[in-house]
Write a protein that binds this ligand. Structure first.
Ligand code: C5P
Length: 324
């Protein structure tokens, strides 16, 4: 800390935070509520595809976006509707911060893919700005702010494996030592989450009976670490709606199963398909075997669970003479 007086911490020129994508191991959708959202019972698992957000002090809130590993970022807004910008602005407003930041987002998570990439950007931006501005808000306060931005943002902050209720924003951790291996097959075009929920409502107009015992089956499989049991327990109430809007997804799952996946499921509202493999080496083999069918640019391997949004790097330059 050379050059800084004792009680003046060095200024942080930039902070980089990494936040994970998610897959829903269970997605049980209740009826549409008066506020337009649906009550969910879901099990989130954070997986090792990450977004990285770097924040740097700036005159105004601005954002740049870069695709990593071939991620197509053309659908990402670069204006104030960008979720990372909205997160930074919201935290500044609530904390009374008058400074602005430039946000650089490195995206590894498919855009509009049902893996909560935008929510991960918001989660990462909250943690990064909290560190840059030295707010020490705490995870619970950031999660409360995050829930205003999107139902999946609190999970992006917490990570690991959790049961989500309400809109998905109320979280209870599921303790598991097991690691699971996934192959993700990216859709050729994004699906809009509200459209998929609306299609689910339409399909259910004539009634819906939830199958009992699904949450317990997922929790038991997670606790035992049994990938076969987890494969049998995976379920997603949005899947039929995603199939209706993106014909071809059912065939993608069937191809994955024939190539050796234990199970395949649409991730969240899709169109990414999540294939569960027996082990990480098996996932790599499965991705190699699927490459001639889908092309390597549409395939990703990952493991879960992984932690939520974390600071990767906080660059600080000692300020000669300190700040006043
Ligand atoms: O909260 P988030 O921005 O991710 O939600 C996007 C859209 O998905 C909502 O506007 C709503 O149409 C739908 N949604 C829902 N019920 C939820 C979560 C999302 O209907 N629990």
């Amino acid at each position: 800390m050379s050059g800084s007086p004792r009680n003046a911490p060095p200024e942080l020129p930039s902070v980089t935070v990494r936040a994970p994508a998610k897959v829903n191991l269970l997605l049980q959708v209740g009826p549409r509520r008066d506020d337009g959202f649906h009550d969910l019972v879901t099990v989130f698992q954070a997986v090792s595809l990450h977004e990285e957000v770097t924040v740097t002090p700036a005159e105004e809130f601005t954002v740049t976006v870069e695709g990593v590993g071939g991620t197509d970022v053309r659908g990402v807004p670069l204006d104030d509707s960008n979720l990372a910008v909205r997160a930074a602005r919201l935290l500044a407003e609530r904390a009374g911060v008058t400074e602005a930041v430039h946000l650089h987002v490195r995206k590894e998570v498919p855009v509009a893919g049902g893996m909560a990439g935008g929510s991960a950007d918001a989660a990462a931006a909250l943690v990064a700005c909290d560190a840059l501005w030295r707010l020490r808000s705490g995870l619970d306060a950031l999660a409360e702010l995050g829930a205003e931005l999107g139902s999946d943002v609190p999970f992006g902050l917490h990570g690991r494996t959790a049961v989500g209720t309400g809109r998905g924003e109320h979280l209870a951790p599921v303790l598991t030592n097991a690691s699971f291996a996934w192959v993700f097959v990216l859709g050729e075009e994004g699906l809009s989450t509200p459209t998929v929920f609306a299609e689910c409502d339409r399909q259910r107009a004539s009634g819906y009976e939830p199958r009992p015992g699904r949450l317990e089956a997922v929790e038991t499989a997670l606790r035992s670490g049994d990938a076969d049991a987890l494969g049998a327990a995976l379920s997603n109430d949005l899947q039929d709606a995603a199939f209706a809007l993106a014909p071809g997804l059912a065939a993608t799952i069937a191809v994955g199963r024939r190539a050796g996946a234990l199970a395949g499921i649409v991730s969240g509202s899709g169109p990414t398909v999540a294939l569960l493999a027996p082990s990480a080496p098996a996932a790599r083999r499965l991705a190699l075997d699927l490459a001639p069918v889908f092309g390597t640019e549409r395939l990703r391997t990952a493991t879960g669970p992984v932690p939520g949004a974390r600071v990767l790097e906080a660059v600080s330059t000692p300020t000669p003479g300190g700040r006043s």
